[in-house]
Design a binder for this molecule. Structure first.
Ligand SMILES: [Zn+2]
Length: 568
């Protein structure tokens, strides 16, 4: 079976045939496409088997499994020819984490005059604090409805209109403002907030960040299944221990209380305030919307159990060959962590995380080895980042992106790998957030050389671009490419890709059942690594930095960053 249709390989073959019978041509260096095509799928499989084996205990941050994992990756990076990626001469970057467990015996009280509504933790609301403190509270904090809580200058959108929200508790809707298309009001306007696709303004993480920026003491999101993309039961899982990074200010600049309330309780709150939720929702999809004070106060006291965890990112470096350009970087990322040991499912308590994401780490190691064999070698330096605590909210990658070892203004691109294809080669490849940056143009070209087509994310409304380790880099301005396996498998029935995907989500994803299976075929992983490898390699040689495309929410951040770096 022909795996790759690689144009550059053909002239070499023709040359070899022409030379038949004559003198042997000198051994020519392999083309970069060939180097990546020869990545050893079995080696990736072996790394995956090791990392997902019982002694690694599901690779939870802070566990014995972390010690094994970090030691394994550092050792493999060294064997693959990488240098320690931290400037302190080691392969690790420390990632201090805080584990916060809220006491569930807590009530949220809404009060207006003599009337009170008492909400029950977990059933009616969930709330937590990310402040590193034994307790956090709201005492008769005034409630204000702020619509979707969005401030997006590029869409001339500001739900706050300069309102003073210091110490208040703001209530907001989940998702992007669903602005109808003036040309066709049955559809969403593709020119604002990405149309059907979710932008970062729709994500709950954005809502808490902007709330803190406004100085709010409390931020409560109204849960609605359709616009959130998941049911209230998912939100209710937040009653367990949550991890976060420890900012220098112990996260005291975040809102004291963050949380969700159920839609039923939101309706009751609006009624208590004498307001109509559906009428205000309509106002909230217009630029004229202004914050609406409820005349109701909120009170709650949260008690926390705190635990510090010393986790690590593993960082390897392949130094660039150009004396000047080696101070510029391309980064590959993959998370090493998984869920650890948890609830028993069919006799197994270890959440092995073989596909998610031992395969990505195996791929990262073998990609590093291949990059060391390229001729000509990459001019810019290439970083290989195996990051921690992705499953806890992209914490390892966020730590690197806010505390980078190498300047982000000199980091040209980030390419992320999360869960490689283990079912054979495909005729397509998916790019999440297609159209975001010029990295997509590199991707188009490489895919075409592989004889493949690029497909956009089939479910852009789920906001997948904001849910893996490339995102913290994008948020800081670095163009970041996220792709996932194709669905059109070579030599398989048309519905094969969809079937295995559905089977994975239903029975394997985030379950102890995510183990290496005898029917795995790593040829597709190698095909995708060739794709990632060639994109990064070409950026490493390019004359100019890849840029965000017009309309991307990250373009402004990057321009500021490059301007600031040039002024230094
Ligand atoms: Zn993952």
């Amino acid at each position: 079976m022909k795996l790759f249709s690689l144009a550059p390989a053909l002239p070499a073959l023709a040359l070899a045939l022409a030379g038949c019978g004559g003198s042997k041509p000198a051994a020519a260096a392999k083309s970069p496409a060939q180097v990546f095509a020869e990545i050893d799928g079995n080696a990736i499989l072996e790394h995956t088997k090791t990392l997902s084996s019982d002694p690694f205990e599901g690779r939870a941050p802070g566990s014995k499994g972390e010690d094994f994992t970090v030691a394994y990756i550092a050792d493999q990076f060294r064997q693959a020819g990488l240098y320690p990626g931290n400037t302190d001469g080691t392969f690790v970057q420390k990632v201090p984490l805080i584990g916060i467990t809220p006491d569930p015996n807590v009530t949220l009280t809404f009060k207006k005059g003599g009337r009170e509504e008492k909400l029950k933790f977990k059933d009616d609301f969930v709330a937590w604090t990310k402040q590193v403190a034994e307790s956090a509270e709201l005492v008769n904090s005034e409630l204000v409805f702020v619509g979707y809580g969005v401030q997006a200058p590029q869409f001339s959108w500001d739900d706050y209109k300069g309102a003073d929200l210091k110490g208040k508790t703001i209530v907001m809707l989940i998702g992007d403002p669903p602005v109808p298309d003036p040309a066709n009001p049955t559809q969403l306007d593709p020119k604002v907030f990405g149309g059907r696709a979710m932008t970062y303004y729709g994500r709950w993480t954005y809502k808490y960040e902007i709330g803190a920026k406004m100085g709010a003491a409390g931020v409560l999101i109204v849960h609605e299944t359709e616009s959130a993309g998941y049911p209230f039961t998912v939100v209710q899982n937040k009653v367990n221990e949550q991890f976060d990074l420890i900012a220098p200010d112990n996260n005291m600049s975040r809102a004291a209380v963050e949380g969700w309330i159920s839609l039923d309780q939101a309706r009751r709150l609006f009624a208590l305030a004498g307001k109509d939720l559906s009428a205000l929702k309509k106002q909230a999809v217009t630029r004229e919307f202004k914050p609406v004070p409820f005349g109701v106060t909120a009170s709650i006291t949260l008690q926390n159990k705190l635990r510090t965890i010393h986790s690590r990112n593993v960082v390897g470096k392949l130094e660039g060959s150009d004396r000047r350009l080696k101070e510029e970087y391309i980064a590959y990322t993959a998370h090493w962590d998984h869920l650890g040991v948890g609830a028993d499912v069919k006799g197994d308590r270890i959440y092995h995380g073989a596909q998610d994401n031992a395969t990505g780490i195996g791929g990262l190691i073998e990609l590093a080895r291949a990059c060391g064999q390229l001729s000509p070698p990459p001019k810019r330096s290439v970083l290989f980042l195996a990051v921690t605590a992705e499953e806890q909210g992209l914490l390892g990658s966020q730590h690197y992106a806010v505390t980078p070892i190498y300047p982000l203004a000199k980091t040209l691109a980030v390419i992320n790998m999360d869960s490689l294809n283990v079912h054979g080669t495909t005729k397509d490849i998916t790019i999440v957030g297609l159209g975001n940056s010029e990295l997509d143009d590199y991707a188009q070209q490489v895919a075409a050389e592989q004889g493949r087509v690029i497909k956009p994310d089939p479910e852009p409304e789920k906001g997948s671009y904001y849910r893996s380790d490339h995102f913290p880099f994008a948020k800081q301005g670095v163009p970041a490419l996220a792709s996932s396996a194709g669905i059109d498998y070579a030599g398989k029935p048309a519905d094969y890709g969809k079937k295995i995907r559905a089977e994975y989500i239903a029975h394997i994803y985030h379950q102890p059942a995510d183990v290496v299976r005898p029917d795995w075929d790593m040829s597709g992983a190698v095909q995708d690594l060739q794709f990632y490898g060639l994109i990064g390699y070409r950026v490493s040689l390019a004359d100019k930095y890849p840029e965000w495309k017009a309309g991307s929410e990250f373009k402004g951040v990057r321009e500021e960053q490059l301007k600031a770096a040039a002024a230094r």
